[in-house]
Design a binder for this molecule. Sequence first.
Ligand SMILES: [Zn+2]
Length: 501
Amino acid sequence: MKRILVAGIHHESNSFNPIIVGEKDFNIIYGDEIFNNLRKNDSMTGIIKTLQQGGYEVIPTVFARAVPNGEVDYDFYTKIKNEIIKRAKSAKKEAPIDAITLSLHGSMRVKRQGEAEGYLLEELRSIFPNIPILSSLDMHTTMTQRMHNNCDGFVGYKCAPHTDCFETGEHAAKMTIDTLENNRNPKSAWVKVPILIAGEQSSTNVEPMISLMKALKECEKIEDIMAASYLMGFPWSDNEDSSVAVYVVADGDLKLAQREAVRLAELMWSKKDDFCFHTETYHEEKALDVAFNGVKKGKLPIYISDSGDNPTAGGASDCTNFLKLIMSDRRTDNLTKPIIYGGIYDPIATKQCEGKVGKEITLTFGSKFDTITSSPITTTGIVKSYIKNWSRGGMLKGDLALFNSQGVDIVIAEVHVGYTLPEMFTDLGVDPKEAEIVVCKLGYLTFPHSLVAKRSIMVLTEGSTNEDLKKLDYKKVKRPIFPLDRDFNYSALNNLIEKEG
Ligand SMILES: [Zn+2]
């Protein structure tokens, strides 16, 4: 039985967020435990199931992932990488390894080091110079030279929101199997497209992404094309690699991969002006005016995304500016239910609510991590509920408090979680379906929230996921890049980047 090593690291690191991410922020699963933690919409699950069904012995090593956040601590990253390498070496000692299939995100950045995935791939390649290494990626991968040099082929998600993670893992596993059994010889082409683009403008349910994804799928129908991906990069990371990329893998024919990658890159560039927000988008005061006026029309609840501090895109999740504005707005007195606000990441304030359910307390919370964008809130209110060790959908475990003050039910969280599930609110005893206004630190609404929302508004707020990229202080991003720069010419052919070494 052929043996295939698998490993995974998933993180999107926001360099504008001052939090340094470490062990406590990650879910880390080791060895066989990975088999007991398979989830439905997950690339690692797609990889493992496909390989096992193909009759392979899967050697699991480490699977580490966290909600997007700040950059990752160097010692922690090194520990995880060394653990993967140690397990890989010991598996190799037992019996030969025939291939490696990885589940990577591709936009993890490490303090003092820079890229994360490239160094892992480089080390694996040095231990296993002659076996196929293939990997699935998130759509928001930032491709790097080191990643390109040390992997035989990547394939990224084709759906945003990411509903095709399993299928992408399956695709990476099939490329591995094809390489091992069917004499396929993956050759990869990478073309940079100098665009910074926020996820909220590149949902695949709307143009131009509908057309672009169609083009990828057409490309994958060409004989000998093994995979074609648009890797959209991650705009809230100020680094020299930040960019959109096209990545094409062809069987044995590098020229074909390059020709298709250049063609798809030109297509992307031709559509750069078509990227825009597809939800109602306003600045802060206007967003509240629209929401309060909307309440009178009765199609409820109205959702507002506090998009500048979105933890699912690596925001600190403790900026208070928009919450302060809501709390100071007396139109909340006319609502029948408090506004639900999810939420503020503040471990200290969360714990101050413990054992106080039903009691009135004065609490200071927020702006403990991102101390630049806003300042803490001090207010008196009632602790309405408290949950110990809350977790759903594989989220990091931590306590949650629901604190009511000035017409707002505020979720305060002990850990850095995404406000992606309505169940977080119902678990705390408030039902978003019955509220008039629900505010989440999100960009576009997640699918579960979209089922509840009768109207969705995005508010442009300050913070490390500011949707107005021109307001961010980029220092390292290679210029020119759209939309920071507008008047420059682009040739995909001149941006075709060959493997080195
Ligand atoms: Zn993504």
